[in-house]
Design a protein around this ligand. Structure first.
Ligand code: NI
Ligand code: MN
Length: 232
């Protein structure tokens, strides 16, 4: 069994019986966060980062330095993070899988998006391709798509993995919207789906009930508010 908490935007905390990890830990200045959560409150074994955009890389460096959590990302993004002082890192690349422990297996999947780190000090630093992740934790399978448009290979991801929970962006404009998200559910065939990345700014605001209607009986739609969790 695993507890899955939507922190906000694409940040998701997964707590298994033994292992805890966070995906895309954007906490500082995340407009979705209403409960006062701080990066200092995060204590995990692993941090998975889907791409270099600031609303995903977020507080990765600070959390990793404080907790010594292993940071997992594409090779290019890992090299960037090493340059910023992170030592406990694990590079992967698209299509590769790795067993981290008895209870945690992870595969890196494609995503159609960008992946650059952009800040005032360094300008724009390209960090390779963006990605998604398939996790098997305590025997349950979770797919976090990262930021992506709809792609046909989601059928393959659904065929190769019996997904218990798909975590999909539905904010449109930068990623899939509700309609393409519902098509993704058809391709992935997950037991349940949790929409994310649809609240933070007006540009990506979506009505999750619209997504529920579009998904219909294809999967159970779990609408959680930032800070809330569900169990799988
Ligand atoms: Ni992005
Ligand atoms: Mn994003």
């Amino acid at each position: 069994m695993a507890k899955v908490t939507w922190i906000g935007q694409a940040a998701v905390l997964v707590e298994g019986e033994k292992t805890k990890f966070i995906i895309d830990p954007y906490i500082t200045d995340n407009p979705d966060i209403q409960n006062g959560l701080k990066p200092e409150d995060i204590d995990v074994d692993y941090i998975f980062v889907t791409h270099g955009h600031w609303d995903h890389l977020g507080d990765t460096i600070a959390i990793a330095k404080r907790t010594n959590a292993t940071v997992v990302a594409t090779f290019e993004l890992i090299v960037y993070l090493q340059r910023h002082g992170l030592e406990n890192v694990h590079p992967m690349h698209i299509g590769g899988a790795h067993r981290f422990s008895d209870d945690l297996w992870v595969k890196m999947t494609i995503a159609h998006h960008g992946s650059a780190v952009m800040n005032d000090e360094e300008g724009t630093v390209y960090t390779g391709n963006p990605c998604g992740f398939v996790f098997e934790i305590d025997g349950k399978t979770i797919y976090h798509a990262g930021d992506t448009g709809l792609f046909m290979d989601m059928q393959l991801i659904g065929e190769l993995n019996k997904i218990d929970l798909a975590i999909l962006p539905i904010g449109d404009n930068f990623t899939m919207g509700p309609q393409d998200g519902a098509k993704a559910v058809e391709f992935l065939k997950p037991k349940a789906v949790m929409p994310i990345h649809y609240l933070a700014w007006d540009l990506i605001k979506q009505d999750p009930d619209e997504f529920v209607k579009l998904v219909g009986n294809k999967a159970e739609v779990k609408i959680v508010k930032p800070g809330e969790n569900l169990e799988i």
